[in-house]
Design a protein around this ligand. Structure first.
Ligand code: PLP
Length: 401
C-alpha cells in the first residue's frame, strides 16, 4: 500500500541537458587535465559579477537591526513588502502598474512555474520552440496536455507567428528571449496584445532580461502599450539585472484588467485570485532580501545594474564581432546576454558542443536542449570575465571551419 502519485510529474520529459553538459565537461577535464586548466564556460546563464557593495551593505544593516530587541521583527508584514512593491511600481513601471498589483517573490522560475495554479487545465498554452523549458514542463505537471509549439527558425527570424486560432489561450512570450537573444519590436508586441485582447487570451510575459535592452526603439515597459493592462502578466527578476541569482528576489506584475472566468460565467481579476493564492502559499520574502531589493531599485542600485549589464553586453559584442569575422550566422547579443549561433558545416548541436570542447576547451549550450527547432544551433552566454570571452573567441577564430 502506498499513497498514489501525481502521474503528471512522471510525464515531464527527462531533461538531460545540463546533466549531460556537466558529465561531458567532467570527462573532458579528467582526460585533458592540461587543457581543462584553461576551460572557459560560456554555457550557463548565471551572473558572474559580484553584488554591488551598496546592496550588500543594505542587507547587512537590516540583519544587524534584527539582532537587536527593538529592531527584531518576525514574519514579514505588509508594511515592509509594500515599500518594495511601491519602489517597483515607480522605478520599473513609472506608476503604470499599481503597487498592489505587484507581488514580490524569491524567483521568476517559481513564479512562472506557479502561475498555472490559477488557470483551468484545459486552457491551450502557446510556447515557442526553442523555449525556456520551465514554461513547458510546469504545465505538464499541472496536467495540461494542450501545449502548442510556435516554431522559431531562421525563416521567421526566430519570431513566433501569431496563431490563427480564436480560442482563449495562455501565451508565453520571453523578451529578450532566452535562448535566442531575439527581441520583439513595439509593433510586434502590439500585434500580440491586440490578438490576446481579441481572443480573450493572456500573455505571460517573461522579461527577466529586460535590463539588457539598449535599442531606444524597443519597448522596456510593456504596460506602455495600449491594451496591455487587459492581457499582460509580467514576470521580472533581479537575477540577471543585479547579480541576484544567488540572492533571489523577483516579482509578478498584473495588468489591472487581466481576468479569468469560472464555469458559472463569473469573472475575476487574476490579480485577486493570485493574491488569495499567495496568502496560503508564502510568508513572503525575508526582510534582509527586501532591504537589498529596495537598494537595488534606488538610484545607486539602478546605476550599478546598468554598469553590470553594460559589462555583459560588451562581452556579447566581442562574441558577435568574432562570429561576424568568421562569417557564421547568429542572432542576439545586442539587447540580450545570449547569442544564438548556427553550427558550422551542418554539425548537430551536440557534435559542435563536443568539437568546441575538444578543440577550444570552451563550453557552450547545445541548442537542441531547448527544443526541436534548436537543433543545428548553439547558445553562447555573455556572462563571464571579459578576458575569458576574448580568449574564447580567439580560440574559435583559430579553428579551420
Ligand atoms: N526566466 C528566464 C527566461 C530565465 O532565463 C531565467 C533564468 O535563467 C529565469 C526566468 C529565472 O529567474 P530567477 O533567477 O528569478 O528564478
Amino acid at each position: 500500500m502506498a499513497v498514489g502519485a501525481n502521474e503528471n510529474i512522471s510525464k515531464i520529459p527527462p531533461s538531460y541537458l545540463f546533466r549531460d553538459i556537466g558529465n561531458k565537461v567532467l570527462e573532458f577535464t579528467k582526460n585533458n587535465p592540461d587543457k581543462a586548466a584553461n576551460l572557459i564556460r560560456l554555457g550557463i546563464g548565471d551572473a558572474t559579477l559580484p553584488l554591488a557593495s551598496c546592496i550588500v551593505e543594505a542587507g547587512k544593516a537590516l540583519l544587524d537591526e534584527m539582532s537587536t530587541e527593538e529592531g527584531f521583527a518576525g514574519y514579514v508584514d505588509e508594511a515592509g513588502i509594500s515599500d518594495v512593491r511601491q519602489a517597483v511600481s515607480e522605478t520599473i513601471y513609472n506608476g503604470k502598474v499599481a503597487a498592489d498589483h505587484i507581488f514580490i517573490s524569491t524567483g521568476s522560475k517559481e513564479d512562472s512555474g506557479s502561475i498555472g495554479d490559477v488557470f483551468s487545465t484545459d486552457t491551450p498554452v502557446y510556447v515557442t520552440d526553442p523555449v525556456y523549458p520551465v514554461y513547458v514542463n510546469t504545465n505538464i505537471m499541472y496536467g495540461r496536455s494542450n501545449i502548442r509549439l510556435m516554431e522559431c527558425n531562421a525563416e521567421n527570424n526566430f519570431m513566433p507567428a501569431i496563431p490563427e486560432s480564436t480560442e482563449s489561450s495562455l501565451i508565453w512570450l520571453c523578451n529578450p528571449n532566452n535562448p535566442t537573444g531575439q527581441t520583439m519590436t513595439t509593433a510586434e508586441l502590439t500585434a500580440w496584445i491586440d490578438y490576446a485582447n481579441k481572443t480573450g487570451s493572456i500573455i505571460l510575459y517573461d522579461a527577466a532580461y529586460k535590463s539588457y535592452i539598449r535599442d531606444p526603439e524597443l519597448t522596456t515597459n510593456i504596460f506602455d502599450i495600449d491594451g496591455a493592462q487587459d492581457c499582460v502578466i509580467e514576470f521580472q527578476s533581479f537575477s540577471k539585472s543585479h547579480s541576484f541569482t544567488g540572492v533571489r528576489v523577483a516579482w509578478v506584475a498584473f495588468g489591472d484588467g487581466v481576468k479569468i472566468i469560472n464555469s458559472k460565467g463569473e469573472e475575476s481579476k487574476v490579480r485577486d485570485i493570485w493574491n488569495g493564492r499567495q496568502a496560503y502559499r508564502t510568508n513572503g520574502v525575508s526582510r534582509p532580501l527586501q532591504a537589498m531589493a529596495l537598494k537595488a531599485l534606488s538610484e545607486e542600485g539602478m546605476k550599478s545594474s546598468r554598469e553590470q549589464t553594460d559589462y555583459y553586453l560588451e562581452n556579447a559584442k566581442i562574441i558577435r564581432e568574432g562570429f561576424t569575422k568568421l562569417g557564421m550566422d547568429y542572432i542576439g547579443g545586442d539587447n540580450s546576454p545570449y547569442i544564438w549561433v548556427k553550427t558550422p558545416k551542418g554539425m548537430s548541436s551536440w557534435e559542435w558542443f563536443d568539437y568546441l570542447l575538444e578543440n577550444c576547451a570552451v563550453v557552450c549550450t547545445p541548442g537542441a536542449g531547448f527544443g526541436g527547432c534548436g537543433e543545428g544551433y548553439f547558445r553562447l552566454s555573455a556572462f563571464g570575465k571579459k578576458e575569458n570571452v576574448i580568449e574564447a573567441m580567439n580560440r574559435i577564430s583559430g579553428l579551420s571551419l
